[in-house]
Design a protein around this ligand. Structure first.
Ligand code: BV8
Length: 252
């Protein structure tokens, strides 16, 4: 079946408000395991959904902070892939002709910004940033693993550090939700890329865009719960589909 790449590229060339939601699948080609596949090796016996909660951190701060430091180092060692780079190029072309572009990412790996994306909203925070559980003060630890777990806070005697990610049951940052709401209000093209679309509120954004009459795109090698509802459902890896779409866009 012919892929709708040229129709998507043409819509991107004329859209005035592009909104993109990405999930862990966009970083799969950077050798960062997707959220549901992340539990391999020593983490195989854990369920990410259970570990990514304040309850797990309260019950076993050593295991939770060890897991997040393991992922932090994996993200620091990873490189953006062709999908990240293509999204940064799409943003450049859309904004160069006066359009608006908002990248709402569920990913905590920082790769979109490292690939050159500018209008990035980190819905679920960042694993590169950690904060003191007593004072809330944040900082970016260096490139080496923490030495002890849970890592002691440098800001308050006796306090420990946690990653600045949004756990299940925690509210997304207001600034992120406000940015998502504002972008969706003027959205006339929505793309969902590399996400299983099961985590809320991000999973609801496609429906919000579609309710406004915006055409919607999904790029994912597997079908998801939204595949039957989008305008164009592209069964492909983001690292392949996105460069192909950029190639068909008008040059700017
Ligand atoms: C909240 C950070 C309220 C940590 C994560 C309705 C409304 C609001 C909340 C809820 C609701 N219903 C249920 C909830 C509760 C919950 C929720 O959604 N539960 C689900 C499981 C039902 N939501 C919350 O708790 C949210 N909080 O709304 O709070 C509130 C309000 C006020 C006061 C208090 C509370 C918080 C959600 C954020 C949780 N944190 N991450 C961390 O990363 O460790 S979510 C976690 O899942 C990751 O961030 C991940 O990004 C995200 C989503 O997963 P995906 O990115 O989609 O990854 P996944 O592995 O699932 O899928 C990968 C996909 O890629 C696959 O489809 C695969 O086919 C595809 N793929 C693979 N290779 C490629 C590819 N695609 C393209 N190219 C490839 N090469």
């Amino acid at each position: 079946m012919k892929t709708p790449y040229s129709a998507i590229a043409d819509t991107l060339d004329h859209a005035s408000g592009v909104v993109v939601v990405t999930g862990a699948g966009v970083s799969a080609e950077s050798a960062i395991p997707t959220f549901r596949d992340t539990m391999t090796g020593l983490w195989a016996k854990f369920d990410p959904q259970t570990l990514a909660t304040p309850e797990a951190f309260a019950a076993d701060p050593e295991t939770v902070t060890r897991w997040y430091d393991h992922r932090r180092l994996g993200c620091l060692a990873a490189e953006p892939n062709a999908g990240h780079t293509a999204l940064a190029e799409i943003e450049r072309r859309v904004t160069a002709r006066g359009g608006s572009f908002t990248l709402l990412t569920q990913n905590v790996d920082g790769l979109h910004r490292r690939a050159g994306s500018v209008h990035v909203v980190e819905l679920h925070g960042s694993v590169a940033r950690w904060r003191c559980t007593a004072t809330g003060r944040e900082f970016e630890p260096g490139p080496d693993a923490f030495k002890t777990f849970p890592p002691p806070s440098p800001f308050e005697e006796g306090a420990v550090l946690r990653p600045c990610v949004v756990w299940f049951g925690e509210a997304l940052p207001d600034v992120a939700l406000d940015a998502a709401e504002r972008a969706l209000e003027t959205c006339d093209l929505f793309l969902s890329i590399g996400t299983s679309s099961v985590v809320w509120p991000a999973a609801g954004f496609m429906h919000a865009a579609s309710a406004r009459g915006a055409p919607t795109v999904e790029i994912n090698p597997e079908p998801t719960g939204i595949s039957d509802d989008v305008t164009w459902s592209v069964r492909a890896k983001s690292g392949e589909a996105l460069p192909a779409i950029v190639h068909l866009m008008a040059c700017h």
